[in-house]
Design a binder for this molecule. Structure first.
Ligand code: 8YV
Length: 320
């Protein structure tokens, strides 16, 4: 199979790698897009995008010869997989290679949030230490009851790490996972009631939108913490802000938001949250492995139409 490869929202280093191997066109944003599509749309065979940029149905509909969407990322909620499937367009993602780094990020964020590590760092930098000899004690991590929402690859890797911290693990997934040494909770609400820290590790998409709603956050209570390394869409962000500011929740550690890269001022001004700019998979090693797996999928598709790691045909509600 030959044809052009369209890149949508890729970092320039990734575009360069693709350009060295394929005939690449880079999708522009804004007013240039219509002219670009008029010129190139009918020659595009495959598109390469990221979990953040995605590819919606409107754009796919304008690419009549598109056969594959190659996603650099495990989550594919920003790609309209329903539309793709209906129109014979195959979609791949990058599972497994992101698992370690996203799980590491979740555990690091959990520790940073409970132990208030960024606030302690600011305390030293701002010169407060000589004036106020003791940084206020924070919250112990080891042994704390942790709930994992979504015991997929990433949720399971988070559970393994936290088991080493002596944290009893409870989880909720669409159905109980066989042969795991953790306690199953029937619903997100039951999970929140049973734990002190809730870690969100479920995939984004229509099936999980607002799964962590106001009632779930309330159930964590004034001593509870929420950690989200999944998608902003899974959590009711306004309810989170209300409960954090009203003392209904002790703190939150967030890597993802409802409207990235925009983070509500109420969160940015809050002292009991730790905020990361969606860096779960952002290490050189993992980003390289993601790009390599995406390239192998693209090569495979352009060679014989097959994919190495296709996504399940229906999106929504899957654990990452
Ligand atoms: C990246 C992610 O932020 O894999 C995912 O689902 O959200 C992250 O790994 C993204 O893919 C950037 O390329």
């Amino acid at each position: 199979m030959t044809g052009r490869v369209l890149t949508a929202g890729l970092p320039s280093a990734a575009v360069q790698v693709l350009r060295s191997r394929y005939d690449v066109v880079e999708l522009p944003g804004g007013p240039d897009r219509d002219g670009f599509l008029a010129e190139h749309a009918e020659t595009v065979t495959a598109a390469v995008t990221t979990s953040v940029s995605g590819l919606d149905a409107t754009l796919m509909a304008r690419l009549p010869t598109l056969g594959a969407v190659i996603n650099i990322g495990v989550g594919y909620d920003a790609i309209d997989v329903g539309y793709a499937t209906e129109h014979g367009i195959v979609v791949s993602n990058t599972p497994d290679v992101v698992t370690d780094c996203v799980a590491d990020t979740a555990v690091g964020l959990l520790i940073d949030t409970l132990r208030r590590v960024p606030a302690a760092d600011r305390f030293v930098r701002d010169g407060l230490w000589p004036r106020q000899p003791q940084f206020p004690p924070a919250t112990k991590v080891s042994g704390r009851r942790v709930g994992i929402l979504g015991l997929g690859r990433i949720g399971a890797a988070i559970a393994t790490r936290l088991t080493a911290f002596g944290c009893p693990i409870t989880y909720h997934s669409r159905s109980p996972v066989p042969d795991v040494p953790y306690t199953y909770a029937e619903s997100p609400l039951a999970l929140a009631r049973a734990v002190e820290v809730l870690v969100v590790a479920v995939s984004g998409g229509a099936g999980t939108e607002n799964l962590v709603d106001r009632a779930v956050i309330e159930a964590l209570g004034p001593q509870g913490y929420l950690i989200n390394v999944a998608r902003g869409s899974v959590v009711d962000e306004q309810a989170l802000i209300d409960l954090l500011s009203g003392g209904g929740l002790a703190g939150a550690g967030l890597d993802v938001y409802a409207d990235e890269p925009h983070v509500p001022e109420a969160l940015r001004k809050s002292d009991n949250v730790v905020l990361l700019p969606h860096i779960g998979s952002a290490t050189t090693e993992t980003r390289t492995a993601m790009l390599e797996l995406a390239l192998r999928n693209l090569d495979s598709y352009l060679t014989d139409g097959s994919l190495l790691t296709p996504v399940p045909e229906t999106a929504g509600g899957h654990q990452k």
